[in-house]
Design a protein around this ligand. Sequence first.
Ligand code: ADP
Length: 457
Amino acid sequence: MKSLYGKFVLMTALIMLFSTLFGFLLTNTYYHRVMKERNDQKNVEIAKTITNHIEQTPPLDLREYLTTIGGIGYQLYIVDENGKSAFYGGKYRVKNLEKSAIDNVLQGEVYHGMRDFPRETFVTGFFANEMSNTIGVPFKYGSKQYALFMRPDIKLLFSEIHTMMGGMVIATALFSLLAMLFVAKMLIVPITQLTGATKRIASENYDVELNIDRKDEIGQLAASFTTMMEQLQENDKIRKEFISNVSHDFQSPLLNIQGYAGLLKADHLSDDDRKNYAAIIQSETSRLSRLTRQLLLLTSLDQSSRPVKFKDYRLDEQLKACINKYRWWLEEEHIHLHLTMEPTMYRGDEALFENVWDNLITNAIKYNRPKGEIRVSLERTEHGIEVIVQDTGIGISKAEQAQLFNRFYRADASRTKEGTGLGLSIVKQIIELHKGEIQVKSTLDEGTMFTIKLPNL
Ligand code: ADP
């Protein structure tokens, strides 16, 4: 039984079977413990009424009278003192009345077979159609002593009302079974639908529409499933875009290198041309190398394969060292530098922050104008540390600012400059790993200001 539906049907059938069995056992116990004695007494009283009538209304045709009583719904057995016996009314299934019981009744005792009927019997005592499950009373008829044994005839006791009740119980059981099967089907249909959807998603087909409009747990599962599917679709799109961007960014420098290497092979090249071509090849190679480094860093940040190594260090010294690396470039571009820094200890990943400052400073130089300015400040605030890197460069439009931290994003104005479009996304990721935030304020043709806020960790 592999399907959930099959299991449900089997379980329902088993539950119904076992509850019927359990109910039967419970009723049986109740009969033996409580009802048996009362039943016995009640029947003794009925039997005494019968025998009283026999004894007090002579001359009475005993056979006719007992046949009538038997016809009303009793199983009767009489024995006289000479051992002559007769049955009236319904038949006994088991004739197991002890001789001693008959003798005792003939001697004037009352026989309580119903009360003393063994409890171990599996069949409800009430229904056991056995001669030992009777009551016996003595009576006199004519000059002879008789013993009368009787029990109600269960077959005749079953009236229309019992048939109706029985029918109702069976109809209820059948109806509940059918209703349960229907409900089970209703529960299982969305699960089957979800399984189908999972399979389609596994084969990258995100065009799945789930028509599950429910408020219960299955409805919640379907809603979470839809959210997961949208997220997967988005991730898939980002992944494909990423691969296409990476391929493109590798392809163009490689083509350049190939092209200029071909030109270098030419026989009659002026010294200037050769130097020029070699310089282009060199710059393209360093671009490829930077791209690879940045991609490796991004991947390690994404997969958290590189644990953040926290340590206390002088942030101002790190910033200054980074700026000093580019003194030659600042001088070449005649850019004025203003530094406002105080000695500041910070707890963070020193190696990762190298990338942050490197990217922000080189961007501030790259996208500046000749004879422009760069201001770098570092100060301690109430909640942590604030670093500002501000330039007087080409600026970034409002629309472009929204995409600035996306991978491979490069604003149109900077297309001519060298870059990968990965720097700022790495910066943001590193700052977020340190629970900090980065903001940008920029005006086109006036300049850009990046503010980094780092909390004390
Ligand atoms: P890139 O390697 O292209 O510089 P980044 O992620 O560092 O990549 O920057 C993304 C884009 O943001 C750049 O291409 C540029 O258009 C813009 N940008 C970054 N910093 C500045 C800045 N200081 N001034 C103007 N534009 C900037």
